[in-house]
Design a protein around this ligand. Structure first.
Ligand SMILES: Cc1cc2nc3c(=O)[nH]c(=O)nc-3n(C[C@H](O)[C@H](O)[C@H](O)COP(=O)(O)O)c2cc1C
Length: 188
């Protein structure tokens, strides 16, 4: 496996079903144990949201493949991951005249939604498909010169306090997601 960096962006990781299942799966892979796969869980590194930009950029410089792992929040990434992007993909690092440090790396979005897949379509509840909703991040990738990989999405993984959901079923689906992600990382 190429050097693979997983950025986990979940503000309430400990109560997550999907993100936690996927992260724990990756944590037990031989590549994690031998060091070619690294995981940076933003909320455990930065519970105060004070991101160590140098440490994050060093981690990115090491990586050939960068995976953003997150729950879909308001049709986008959660605030902690957006903050990480805002601060770490900085001028001179990720873009600008000399900002070529992300150039050529593969970028893979891996995330879960609460909504079912059929809700993500023209005329349906969410009006747009997932690909359309990801355009701002895809353009960020274009600007940085990263290679956009097909996102890996699991729909219908709802985990919202007050909304009934079946944790056992969701965790089983999340394990399948984790396996697919692992295989994609091995191929990337
Ligand atoms: C603040 C917030 C915003 C959310 N926004 C969306 C959304 O825009 N679309 C969607 O399908 N699900 C949305 N959800 C549902 C989450 O995507 C879902 O609960 C999550 O992917 C489950 O993963 P987890 O178990 O790792 O938390 C939202 C949940 C929260 C708490």
């Amino acid at each position: 496996m190429n050097n693979t960096l997983i950025i986990v962006g979940h503000p309430t990781y400990e109560s997550s079903f999907t993100t936690k299942t996927i992260t724990e799966f990756l944590n037990a892979t031989p590549e994690f144990l031998t060091g070619s796969l690294k995981i940076r869980n933003l909320i455990s590194l930065y519970p105060d949201y004070k991101i160590d930009i140098d440490a994050e950029q060093d981690a990115l410089s090491w990586a050939d493949v960068v995976v953003l792992q997150f729950p879909f929040y308001w049709y986008s990434v959660p605030a902690i991951l957006k903050l990480w992007m805002d601060e770490v993909f900085s001028y001179g690092f990720a873009y600008g005249k000399t900002g070529n440090k992300m150039n050529g790396k593969k970028l893979l979005l891996s995330f879960s939604t609460g909504g079912p897949q059929e809700a993500y379509a023209a005329g349906a509840r969410n009006n747009f498909n997932i690909e359309e909703l990801l355009f701002p991040i895809k353009q960020t990738s274009n600007l940085m010169g990263t290679q956009w990989e097909n996102p890996l999405v699991s729909f219908g993984m709802v985990n919202i306090s007050g909304i009934e959901s079946d944790k056992t079923v969701t965790v089983e689906k999340a394990k399948l997601h984790a396996l697919k992600l692992y295989e994609l990382c091995q191929k990337a």
